[in-house]
Design a protein. Structure first.
Length: 189
């Protein structure tokens, strides 16, 4: 084993610990702030974590990488809990399972892309700062796209109903009663 193994183990540990904390924090965040705000918070936390990792270098020590991994992990933990919940709350029952399945396929494709990026960097880029910086910086792309696209969605009608806020917005009230929310084509629950 190389001398780097303990460092790599800690880097992975901080990511997983952050994801656990994020997953545990997702429920109260989604309950009190809403699904949309919770997912936007997850995207911002992930962006901050990836940004911290990109700012790391030899003179700053490993703290930025550990902190960035923990933050990015927390963002992923929140997103991986709230995103399928949001999908399940807005999807018609006929395709709800398919949408959640597509969501999971997306996560797995992302992991596959991440593997190949890391493999390509290991094979094609000389060991050094840019070999690990580029994969860390690539995390900014999906997290940024996620954050921007989240600004275009509506809050979950189910969450609005639970909070008693659905009646304030006529458009939300119409959407909650439409076949595109929880009801089938015939209007059944």
């Amino acid at each position: 084993m190389s001398a780097r193994c303990p460092l790599l183990t800690r880097v992975c540990y901080f990511s997983q610990a952050g994801a656990l904390i994020g997953a545990l924090a997702a429920y109260p965040l989604g309950w009190f702030a809403g699904r949309k705000i919770g997912m936007i918070t997850a995207a911002v936390i992930t962006l901050l974590g990836a940004g911290l990792m990109c700012g790391a270098n030899g003179s700053r020590g490993d703290g930025l990488i550990f902190g960035g991994r923990a933050l990015a992990g927390a963002g992923v933990g929140v997103a991986s809990s709230l995103s399928p919940l949001y999908l399940a709350e807005i999807a018609p029952p006929q395709i709800r399972g398919q949408l959640i399945g597509l969501y999971e396929i997306g996560w797995q494709i992302g992991g596959l892309v991440g593997f190949w990026i890391n493999y390509g960097m290991q094979q094609r880029v000389a060991p050094g700062h840019s070999q690990w910086l580029i994969p860390m910086a690539v995390q900014l792309i999906p997290a940024g796209m996620y954050a921007i696209l989240l600004l275009t969605i509506k809050e979950s009608p189910r969450w609005l109903i639970m909070r008693g806020d659905l009646g304030r917005d006529e458009e939300e009230r119409k959407r909650a009663g439409s076949p595109h929310c929880w009801r089938g084509e015939e209007g059944e629950q």
